[in-house]
Design a protein around this ligand. Structure first.
Ligand SMILES: Cc1cc2nc3c(=O)[nH]c(=O)nc-3n(C[C@H](O)[C@H](O)[C@H](O)COP(=O)(O)OP(=O)(O)OC[C@H]3O[C@@H](n4cnc5c(N)ncnc54)[C@H](O)[C@@H]3O)c2cc1C
Length: 381
């Protein structure tokens, strides 16, 4: 039986492991911290890119595949693990997109999405929590009622539990340090807890992926991009939909809590939060849904997105080392595009028909050269 090691127990590592173990492969995940405690824990869980028309077709292709397959997978994980990832099809209401409306409509037609234009009384029905007394509140919006969301901390807990039941070994507090090679073939991974041998190794280390690779091999630019979030302890009904306005979004959870996100900060592996951002996010939340000012902020946190130049992840074998694979660089969309990216990688590992053309995602020499370390991510997205 084939043995595969996955470095990183975020959503990408864990979904990859699930697909492999279901095919009878023996899988060990090596995780430097605890499973599902980094970016995949911190995110908003929206199963859509925020402004999907701003992304290239390769991102859209993965997102659409994921949107089709998530409901069934999430139900399977819920039943197997006994933990509810709280998938809800809450829909997403876009506000303040007048400047991009033509682009959005053209994109919607090309990709067969259902955008519904809403204004006046209809807007009130779609999201009663908006501030209809303010002249600044937009009178028009665009609704995609099929967009769903998951609650990240529950999703990663459910996934971890599910994997343990399926027989995946998760070595936590074990850091991958280097690769064990024989000629140009990979044989395993050297960690701070000793050597692990396998037929193939997948690096799914999120924002840390390039840092591990670049010590030994060429690596594309994958760098941490911090996002700070807050959650209000509100009651059910205060917000009905995911509402996106001027780059900020509110996400209503099943129990009434409302998440507000998020910042884009380019300051290395620092995960600290600040009072200044807390105040700014609170203000933004109350601008979108004024009633949130009646509820306390329960928590503030930050996560590190695996930033890449255009948000197109690297999925495939490393050109310099046989049997070493990468699945990383999902940037702001690791949940929505992650499922398809993991299936695409597994298709390559098992040499089976690919769900979509793998070419745009491959880790080619050309991408390694073009997506160089010197590119400033804050200007490249
Ligand atoms: C604030 C915020 C909001 C977001 N909102 C959304 C959203 O609404 N929708 C969406 O689709 N996406 C969203 N994202 C993005 C999404 O969360 C990420 O793209 C996704 O979680 C990346 O998953 P990952 O598994 O690659 O990374 P991670 O979850 O960071 O996992 C990588 C793991 O690898 C481990 N690791 C790294 N190096 C090593 C090593 N050398 N040895 C052992 N272990 C190692 C790390 O400890 C970590 O646990 C958001 C992200 C943030 C931060």
């Amino acid at each position: 039986m084939n043995k595969i090691i996955i470095i990183g127990a975020g959503i990408i590592g864990m979904l990859t492991a699930r697909l492999l173990v279901k095919k009878g492969i023996s899988v060990t995940i090596i995780e430097q911290g605890y499973a599902g405690k980094e970016s995949s824990w911190a995110g908003g869980g929206i199963i859509s890119p925020l402004y999907p028309w701003r992304y290239s077709d390769p991102v859209t292709r993965l997102a659409q595949w994921g949107q089709r397959h998530y409901p069934e997978l999430l139900e399977e994980i819920r039943v197997n693990s006994g933990i509810d990832p709280e998938y809800i099809q809450s829909g997403l209401l876009y506000l303040d997109i007048e400047d991009e409306l033509q682009q959005a409509i053209a994109w919607e037609k090309k990709h067969a999405y259902a955008f519904e234009s809403v204004s006046g009384a209809a807007l009130k029905t779609v999201e009663p929590g908006l501030d209809f007394s303010s002249v600044d509140t937009p009178q028009h919006g665009c609704l995609t009622s099929t967009i769903g969301q998951v609650r990240n901390p529950r999703l990663v807990r459910a996934l971890r539990e599910d994997l343990l039941q399926l027989g995946v070994i998760i070595e936590q507090q074990t850091q991958a340090l280097s690769f064990i090679t024989q000629g140009e073939q990979l044989k395993g991974v050297m960690t701070d807890k000793g050597s692990f041998y396998a037929d193939q190794v997948v690096v799914a280390g999120g924002a840390w992926s390039a840092r591990l690779l670049e010590q030994w091999l060429k690596a594309p630019k994958i760098a941490p991009v911090k996002g700070q979030m807050i959650v209000f302890k509100a009651k059910p009904g205060v917000v009905s939909r995911i509402v996106l306005s001027k780059g900020r979004y509110v996400i209503p959870r099943k129990d009434g809590r409302v998440v507000l996100g998020s910042t884009l900060e380019f300051n290395d592996f620092d995960k600290t939060t600040s009072e200044e951002v807390l105040q700014e996010l609170k203000q933004e939340a109350c601008r979108i849904i004024p009633a949130l000012s009646d509820y306390p902020v329960e928590k503030q946190w930050a996560g590190l997105r695996p930033g890449s130049i255009d948000g197109v992840p690297y999925i495939g074998e490393h050109p310099e080392l046989k049997n070493l694979y990468l699945n990383a660089g999902h940037f702001r969309n690791g949940v929505v595009i992650g499922l398809a990216s993991c299936q695409l990688l597994v298709d390559q590992l098992l040499e089976q028909d690919a769900i979509v053309d793998p070419t745009p995602y491959l880790l080619t020499e050309q991408r390694l050269v073009n997506d160089s370390k010197d590119i400033d991510l804050s200007t490249a997205i």
